[in-house]
Design a binder for this molecule. Sequence first.
Ligand code: ZN
Length: 423
Amino acid sequence: MKKLVLFFLWVFVSLTGSEFLPAQDLAHYKRVVKELSSARYQGRGYARDGANKAGRYLQKEFTRAGADKVTLQPFTLDINTFPGRMKLSVDGQKLIPGVDFTMREYSPGVRGTFPLYYIDTLHYDSEKIFRDLELPENKGAFVVCDFMFSYRHRADFKRLQSRDGAPNAGLLFTWEEPLKFYKAYGEKVGEKPIIWVPYRFPKDARTVTADIENRFLDDYECFNVIAKVEGERHDSCYVFTAHYDHLGNLGRRVYYPGANDNASGTAAIVTLAAHYAKNRPPYDMYFIAFSGEDANLRGSTWFAEHPVVPLEQIRYLFNLDMIGDNNPVAYCEVSAEGMWGFERLEEINAGAGHFQALNRGELAANSDHYPFAVRHVPCIFLENKMGDAFPYYHTVHDNWRNAVFDSYEPLFRLVTDFIEQYQ
Ligand SMILES: [Zn+2]
């Protein structure tokens, strides 16, 4: 009998001890990634309210995780979207949105059939191009060109994109596959439609037919979700951030699921909130899910300008963006004030072997740590890239089916070890 009691005690201790925690967290993590990347949130964009729906889901999820307080911080943004018609064909051959073509984020809509004018990149002659475009057969053409090539002749292509600069109707840029979609310059609408197509786009087609609808949202209201777990001390705090918005729709049927970008980081901070709600932390902890990141760091910039806790009180901020991959080396960017923390994270990592290494890159305005870094907050951006999930970055294939989970546990342990050791 005594043996049996001891056995049950052992089972109980094993199940509730820390060894069991990561597995439980992994299931929770996966559940949140799956939910956020599902069709319900339509790529967590704006026109179909997907981002705000996801925000309300996260509000509930943080509450369920045991956060002491969950608040919404509203802000507005101007954003160009593509929630409606999205049809393009070349010489009558239908193209698939997201796979055979995608839009430049600031492109206006377009409707009609247009001749194609291919730019001769081998014998580039800009005067000839602008002369050719005046010819009756090229009137109102779509100009086709390699996107990388256009970079070398920026002034000419600026002209081709302006209504007064040249009589072409729009541009088709060829680029590598899978085609990527960005939102960073979506706060305005350009003068002419710009469409990206892959390099396999026909080299000698005659016409394109387009029926593409854009919708520009003016002062669209979205919000950051801020969860707080009270610590033993309130004079300073740790902050975990991750953006939950993504690229939204490309037409009615296609959306960008963003499982890695950044359902992965968002799910991780939800499980971290659950962890610290169960294990009272030494200091107050904030878990902030930002909106508007893929629209140029709008949510994090708003928060940094209107912080709910003085920025000087932040002991350390961890920004998790795209952590769903399997590269054994983690990528980071660190603010000048955060270098001490990076060195300690490296020590912890060297001892525990969570990752093979922490590879530090130049600080850049590429995720939500940046508005804090320029305001002298000690912070680190943690990412896992260049693994199996990386080719799907900003494509329609960044979905639940292609999601990779390897880096979640080592990352979870790395940051929780840090907080435990450097209270
Ligand atoms: Zn992104």
